[in-house]
Design a protein around this ligand. Structure first.
Ligand code: Z5A
Length: 210
């Protein structure tokens, strides 16, 4: 169904360190919004299903080596290849709950020492989220059980936390992710519902990083 901006869906992004609860909270938010009758989809980046996504996945699994800027551009390309579908869905009235987005791209690459502005450049012109939910958790308290993927190390996560701090703007909603899963969800639900309604009422789409 073709819709104008007045009934568009919201672009809602969850960000945070490794294993802070993004995936659990994202899928619960989708169920919550669907239960209220809002058309909603769960998206995640990297999207490992595309051919670019498969290259990213091999890198994260330490099955391939890539220069830091090369992998950065692949993560960005993985968002660009989904951009037009994203816009179509939003304009058709579907809300997208997105588990990681451009902020992960910039935070993780700049944590490796790549210049922050250089990291932002390929992201310019992607759709800007209507809402960024940051699941805040001190790196030391992350839910243990670091896996074997690249980046899943405490020292590196501390650097990523610093980079997220630089990127954070006053519109981000910071939620204490150390609380029980249900309490985090309750807080997110209220923030998200307000945002979904604002988007339905005509809030225009905008672009990163303008
Ligand atoms: N990356 C990048 O470099 N550039 C980019 O552009 C993008 C990403 C997009 C892969 O991401 C890596 O790619 C990631 C960033 C980088 N590297 N790192 N680190 P990913 O999304 O595939 O992996 P992830 O972020 O590490 O996701 P995850 O392991 O799935 O974690 P999570 O989604 O934040 O957490 P969870 O799966 O919901 O929860 C983890 C466990 O804690 C689980 O057992 C839950 O049941 C439990 N949990 C959740 N919440 C709670 C609470 N509140 N209390 C107690 N237990 C809880």
């Amino acid at each position: 169904r073709a819709c104008n901006n007045e009934s568009r869906g919201a672009l809602i992004v969850l960000e945070g360190l490794d294993r802070c609860g993004k995936t659990s909270q994202s899928s619960r938010l989708v169920s919550y919004l669907e239960g209220l009758g809002h058309s909603t989809e769960l998206w995640r980046f990297p999207d490992r299903t595309t051919s670019v996504g498969q290259m990213i996945s091999a890198y994260l699994l330490n099955q391939s080596e890539l220069d830091d800027r090369t992998i950065h551009l692949l993560f960005s390309a993985n968002r660009w290849e989904k951009r037009s579908m994203m816009e179509t869905k939003l304009k058709a009235g579907t809300t997208l709950i997105v588990d990681r987005y451009s902020y992960s791209g910039v935070a993780f690459s700049s944590a490796k020492g790549v210049d922050l502005e250089w990291c932002k450049a390929p992201e310019i012109g992607l759709l800007a989220p209507d809402l960024v939910l940051y699941l805040d958790m001190p790196p030391e308290l992350l839910k243990g059980g670091y896996g074997d993927e690249r980046y899943e190390r405490l020292e590196f996560q501390k650097k990523v936390a610093q980079c997220y701090k630089i990127l954070r703007d006053p519109s981000w909603k910071m939620v204490d992710a150390c609380q029980p899963i249900e309490d985090v969800q309750k807080q997110l639900q209220k923030i998200v519902l307000d945002n979904v309604l604002a988007c339905r009422n005509g809030k225009p789409l905008s672009l990163l990083w303008s």
